[in-house]
Write a protein that binds this ligand. Structure first.
Ligand code: COA
Length: 167
């Protein structure tokens, strides 16, 4: 198994300091980390996939020490198929709290069933990232609250412009 490459997939609508913490720590473990931006068919997104990719790329280049080891790419279809295409056998997921476990457990089992050669590994988020989720940040920003503790300046201005354009 090639343990030098891993994929960290998510919808990143938008990226938060919690995601960046997982990206930072994973990029120190693996030689190459692909941050794969996909869609969960059960979710409606505020940002297009291209906008999510751009916000991630900009946030990573300004905040991640080993940014040169991290690639951000959009993907469609099954995550395990994309991993096979890229020759990657490790999927990284972040776990914030026990409430994430059920959903993560089901997703990891489904992926294991679809592609037994691909392993999912879990990384605990730092306690300060525990209350953060993308929906939570969107709700605060939509109501003109301060999200500077939770996400990067570029995401803060993207949220502001998005919600201003709806007013
Ligand atoms: N810090 C802060 N928040 C975090 C976090 C962290 N470290 N890790 C996860 N989250 C939050 C996210 O912000 C997101 O919040 P939201 O629900 O408010 O938007 C939530 O946890 C979960 O998001 P995410 O990790 O992006 O997962 P997802 O459920 O949206 O799944 C895909 C996205 C793209 C990975 C998944 O749908 C997928 O693999 N799709 C392809 C189809 C497929 O292969 N399915 C597998 C078979 S079941």
């Amino acid at each position: 198994m090639d343990v030098r490459k891993a994929i960290y997939a998510g919808s990143f609508d938008p990226v938060t300091y919690g995601h960046l913490d997982i990206i930072d720590r994973s990029s120190k473990i693996f030689d190459e980390l692909i941050v794969a931006v996909g869609d969960n068919p059960r979710k409606n997104y505020l940002f297009s996939r291209e906008e999510r990719v751009k916000l991630l790329r900009d946030s990573i280049s300004s905040r991640i020490e080993s940014a040169e080891k991290v690639k951000v790419e959009p993907f469609t279809g099954l995550l395990v198929d994309y991993a096979k295409e890229r020759g990657v056998k490790i999927l990284v997921r972040g776990l914030r709290a026990v409430t994430d476990f059920e959903q993560e457990f089901q997703m990891a089992l489904a992926n294991m069933d679809l592609a037994p050669e691909i392993e999912t590994i879990f990384m605990l988020t730092r306690p300060r990232s525990m209350p953060i989720s993308s929906s939570f940040i969107k709700e605060i920003a939509e109501n003109d609250g301060d999200v500077s503790r939770y996400t990067t300046p570029m995401v803060q201005s993207a949220l502001k412009s998005k919600y201003e354009s709806y007013k």
